[in-house]
Design a protein around this ligand. Structure first.
Ligand SMILES: [Zn+2]
Length: 130
């Protein structure tokens, strides 16, 4: 049972519908962090400051949380962020019924896009940016 009151002002609670197991997940294993960085679901609750999504929205997740302050971030090379945090790597991820994530990492998708496709947004973005 999820306790919605633990949601911070700028976070969303997402109910998981699809997630992918990536080769990377096998290497991560930093217990007690919950793995899963490629997933999609439905927003179940939002904090008071969240504006970009609402309850009931279908969303996919960008797991990469950049600091926006280091030299790499300031130069527009966020993929090299010196203080990178990632959902499912350094913060709890999607291998759970519910996931609490910063709202800035949630991206609304159309309701008719299958969750299986939406969960592939992150690996697709990695390939496109290479
Ligand atoms: Zn940075």
């Amino acid at each position: 049972m999820m306790c919605w009151s633990k949601t911070k002002h700028a976070e969303c609670v997402e109910r998981m519908f699809t997630l992918c197991l990536a080769k990377k997940d096998q290497r991560i294993l930093h217990p007690p962090v919950i793995l899963g960085h490629e997933y999609a679901g439905i927003v179940e609750a939002i904090g008071s400051e969240v504006k970009n999504v609402k309850v009931g929205d279908h969303v996919c997740i960008d797991p990469n949380i950049y600091c926006n302050e280091c030299e790499a971030c300031r130069m527009g090379k966020k993929q090299s962020c010196e203080n990178l945090k990632a959902i499912g790597v350094t913060k709890n991820g999607g291998f759970a019924e519910y996931s609490i994530v910063p709202a800035t990492q949630c991206f609304k998708i159309k309701d008719d896009i299958p969750f299986e496709w939406a969960a592939m947004a992150e690996p697709l973005a990695c390939v496109v940016r290479q």
